[in-house]
Design a protein around this ligand. Sequence first.
Ligand SMILES: Cc1cc2nc3c(=O)[nH]c(=O)nc-3n(C[C@H](O)[C@H](O)[C@H](O)COP(=O)(O)OP(=O)(O)OC[C@H]3O[C@@H](n4cnc5c(N)ncnc54)[C@H](O)[C@@H]3O)c2cc1C
Length: 338
Amino acid sequence: MHRITFQQDEMTYDAEEGQWLYDVCEAAGASVPFACKAGACGTCATKVVHGEKSLGAQKDREIRTLESNGLDPTQYRLLCMADVHGPLTLGASAHTQKAKASLGLCQVRIEEYRPLTLTVCEQRFAIKSGEIKFTPGQYMIFHVPGIDKIIRRSYSISSHPSDSKHFEICVRAVSGGFCSNFIHRLRPGDCIQVEGPYGHFRLAETSQRDVLMIATGTGISPIKSMILSLLDQPDTRRIRLFFGLRNVSDLFYTNLLSEMRDTHPRFEPTIILSQPDPVGWPGLRGRVTDLIREQVTPEEASRTEAYLCGGRAMIEDAKKLLQQKGMSPEHIRHENFF
Ligand SMILES: Cc1cc2nc3c(=O)[nH]c(=O)nc-3n(C[C@H](O)[C@H](O)[C@H](O)COP(=O)(O)OP(=O)(O)OC[C@H]3O[C@@H](n4cnc5c(N)ncnc54)[C@H](O)[C@@H]3O)c2cc1C
């Protein structure tokens, strides 16, 4: 047994050799928040006060996620990526501290359910008490009741931040996925517990750079919130969106994006399908990375900032290409969904 001390909760727990720190936190009732549980989101980043060596070496993925959350990898660890191999003292969790200043854990009621495709739906929630204050790009953690425990998953807010009594999410039902399918089955009047908002994926403040948004699938969710907010601001920056989906049957938000383009000529959405049927799609074929290759000039890249959301592979490829075009890394922000 190894003694784990949680300084922020003022408690200890005796963990077994090799026990996953996520299981330790759940069993101990520690207040460390978890979301992806795969080292992608950074929600569980926590300071290690003593015993760092007993967690083993950090993987590149963990270091990347900590850095993209603005955290020092020599001080913080992602508890979802570590097993216990010795006594450990944990300090403050990066995101628990933020939760105290935000909505915290609360009940929300489904106000509207909108199916967008066979697998993607939009849910609109009303806050039962209190108010939500989020910056576009942030996400909420949903507490989905499992058989013997609560399962937490993150979903990015897709709506405009001005409405403090409501928020919306856009969710793809993952085949065999527990929470995404649970959320798909929610209907108006149902209630669910959420906490947040969390996340560091947000628009650069006071920037005058042109904006390039890149999203695949439901990665459009936080990007939509960002675009809605940007289009409200009285500036003239060019806002481009590269939106990648697979097939014609996966298309959603097309009318919304066209309406936004018609109302705001500085907004230029481009949709590209990676696996369209041979007939029936008159638009672009390929991947969002093809659009970067073909449509972003080095001169544009040098005066543009980019916001990327979707799967890790797309984000890594897109980041590389943007940098090859001359965009500096500090002007590229991203959120990995999986
Ligand atoms: C910060 C953040 C924000 C997110 N925002 C959104 C959002 O706005 N909309 C949204 O739809 N999702 C979003 N996600 C993903 C979401 O949190 C869940 O991971 C996803 O819904 C799957 O959960 P599940 O419980 O249904 O599947 P699980 O039961 O966790 O997984 C079931 C199976 O599906 C695989 N899997 C898990 N996730 C995915 C995926 N996304 N695509 C393909 N296979 C997968 C797993 O490897 C597993 O084999 C976000 C993730 C993060 C980290």
